[in-house]
Write a protein that binds this ligand. Structure first.
Ligand SMILES: *Cc1c(COP(=O)(O)O)cnc(C)c1O
Length: 413
C-alpha cells in the first residue's frame, strides 16, 4: 500500500455519511479542533436556544417559566434523552451537578446498599477526581470506609468479597483504552460487589449498553462528547431495581418527595429525582439539552465506525510521516479497544503541543509526556487528520517546537 496523499482523504470526506453533521456546529475556520474529548464544540442550535432561554424564558417569563417552560422537569427530561445514548431506560438517568459530586452521591448510595462491607475499590492513574472523592469519603467516614486503589492492570483481579463498591472508568482519559463493562460487572456481581461506571469519555463516543451489562450505577460528563458547553452539568444513572432502596446523603430540598410542601422532615422522592440536591442551573442545562438533541440525531453505530476510521488514519499517518521523531503510540493500536481519541508519548510533548496549538491544531497535553487528540466523529474530517499530521511533521522537521515560548507551562494544559 502506497503512502496516502491529500486527495485520498478528501475523497474519504466526500464518501462520509456523517459529513453533514459538521454543518450543525459553529467551528472557527482557522483551526483544526481535536479536543472534543475535553471541551466539545458549540452547536449552532445552542446559540439560538440560549437566546430564547435567556431573553424569552428568563427575561420575559421570569419565575413563571418554572412551569410555563417546564424548567422544573429539565433535569429529568434531559436525563431521559441521555438514557437513549447509553442503553438505559427513561427514569434511570438524571442531569445534575458535576461528575465529581455525582460520584460522591453514588458511592454513598452503594455503601448503604452493601452495609456489611467497607472497601471501595478503584484504580490509580485514572482521571484524579474519581480517586480524590474516594479519599475524601474515607477521611470523612473514619473507619467505616477503606479506599483500595490499585493499578489499571491489577484492579479487576482484586475484586473480592470484602469489596462494597468498585468505581471504574470505561474509557481511560489518557490511553483511550476501553474496559469490558459487561464482563467486569459480571465478575463484580459474582462477588457481591456493586459497580459504578464513569462514562465521561464514553457517552457520545462509543456505544454504551448499561442495562445490557446489568450495570448498577453510572456517572457521565456533559461538556465532552455531548457538546453541552464549558462546565456543563453531568448526569447519573441508577438501575431501576436500586432506585427505591437508595438513601440519599445529600438530602437537599429538590430531592424531596414534595419539595413545595416545605415540610420540616426530609423524605426522598420516589424516582431518580431523589438524587437531586439544589436548584438546577437552567441556562447550562438548556445548552446541554441542545447538545444532546444533536447527538441523538446521529446514529451511534455510524459515529463509532467513523471515530475508529479517524483514529486508524491518524496512527497510520504518524507512522508514515513522523516515524523519525520518537513518537510512541500510547493508545491501543486496535480500534476496537480504543475510544474516540489517539495519544502519543514524547519526551517533549508539552512544547510540541504548544507549537501545534500556535499553528491552529488544537489537541491537549497530559502530564508527564502525553499528546492527546480527540476525534469527535460529528465534526472532525478525514482531511483535518491529514492536515494536522502534516503540520506536526513540519513542526518536527523545522524544530519550531524548540522556541522558548512553547516551553512555558500554562495553568490549563
Ligand atoms: C472529565 C472527567 C470527569 C469530570 O469531572 P467534573 O467533576 O465534571 O469536572 C470525571 N471523571 C473522569 C474520568 C473524566 O474524564
Amino acid at each position: 500500500m502506497g503512502a496516502l496523499d491529500r486527495r485520498d482523504v478528501v475523497q474519504m470526506d466526500l464518501d462520509d455519511p456523517m459529513a453533514r453533521f459538521r454543518e450543525a456546529f459553529a467551528i472557527p475556520n482557522d483551526i483544526i479542533y481535536l479536543d472534543g474529548n475535553s471541551l466539545g464544540v458549540l452547536p449552532k442550535a445552542t446559540i439560538e436556544r440560549m437566546a430564547t432561554v435567556i431573553s424569552g424564558e428568563w427575561g420575559d417569563g421570569l419565575i413563571r417559566s418554572w412551569t410555563d417552560h417546564d424548567w422544573i422537569s429539565m433535569q429529568r427530561r434531559t436525563g431521559d434523552k441521555i438514557a437513549g445514548l447509553i442503553g438505559a431506560r427513561p427514569g434511570e438517568v438524571i442531569v445534575a451537578d458535576s461528575v465529581s459530586v455525582n460520584i460522591f452521591k453514588l458511592l454513598c448510595a452503594a455503601l448503604n446498599l452493601n452495609p456489611e462491607r467497607r472497601v471501595i475499590l478503584s484504580e490509580t492513574g485514572n482521571f484524579p477526581t474519581d480517586v480524590y472523592i474516594i479519599q475524601g469519603l474515607e477521611r470523612f467516614l473514619g473507619g467505616r470506609v477503606e479506599a483500595r486503589l490499585l493499578s489499571y492492570e491489577t484492579v479487576v483481579d482484586a475484586i473480592s468479597e470484602d469489596v462494597a463498591v468498585l468505581l471504574m472508568t470505561q474509557v481511560h482519559y489518557k490511553t483511550g483504552r476501553i474496559r469490558n463493562m459487561a464482563e467486569i460487572t459480571r465478575r463484580a456481581h459474582e462477588k457481591g460487589v456493586i459497580v459504578i461506571w464513569d462514562l465521561s469519555h464514553s457517552t457520545g463516543s462509543i456505544e454504551v449498553d448499561l442495562n445490557g451489562a446489568k450495570a448498577d450505577f453510572a456517572v457521565g460528563c456533559g461538556y465532552k462528547y455531548l457538546n453541552g458547553g464549558p462546565g456543563a452539568p453531568g448526569f447519573l444513572f441508577a438501575a431501576e431495581r436500586h432506585i427505591e432502596r437508595c438513601e440519599p446523603v445529600l438530602t437537599g430540598w429538590l430531592g424531596h418527595k414534595d419539595p413545595f410542601d416545605f415540610n420540616d422532615i426530609y423524605r426522598p422522592a420516589t424516582g431518580i429525582e431523589r438524587f437531586l440536591v439544589g436548584s438546577p442551573p437552567i441556562l447550562s442545562i438548556a445548552a446541554l439539552e441542545a447538545g444532546v438533541d444533536l447527538m441523538l440525531s446521529a446514529d451511534m453505530r455510524s459515529c463509532r465506525q467513523k471515530a475508529m476510521a479517524l483514529g486508524h488514519l491518524f496512527i497510520r499517518l504518524v507512522e508514515e510521516r513522523c516515524g523519525s521523531w520518537d513518537f510512541e503510540l500510547a493508545c491501543p493500536q486496535d480500534a476496537g479497544e480504543r475510544g474516540s481519541q489517539v495519544s502519543f508519548r514524547h519526551a517533549e510533548g508539552y512544547p510540541i503541543m504548544q507549537a501545534l496549538i500556535a499553528r491552529g491544531v488544537i489537541g491537549d497535553f497530559r502530564a508527564p509526556d502525553l499528546l492527546r487528540f480527540g476525534l469527535a466523529p460529528l465534526y472532525v474530517r478525514y482531511a483535518d487528520i491529514f492536515d494536522a499530521v502534516s503540520i506536526l511533521a513540519e513542526i518536527m522537521s523545522s524544530g519550531e517546537w524548540k522556541k522558548p515560548e512553547y516551553h512555558r507551562r500554562k495553568t490549563v494544559t
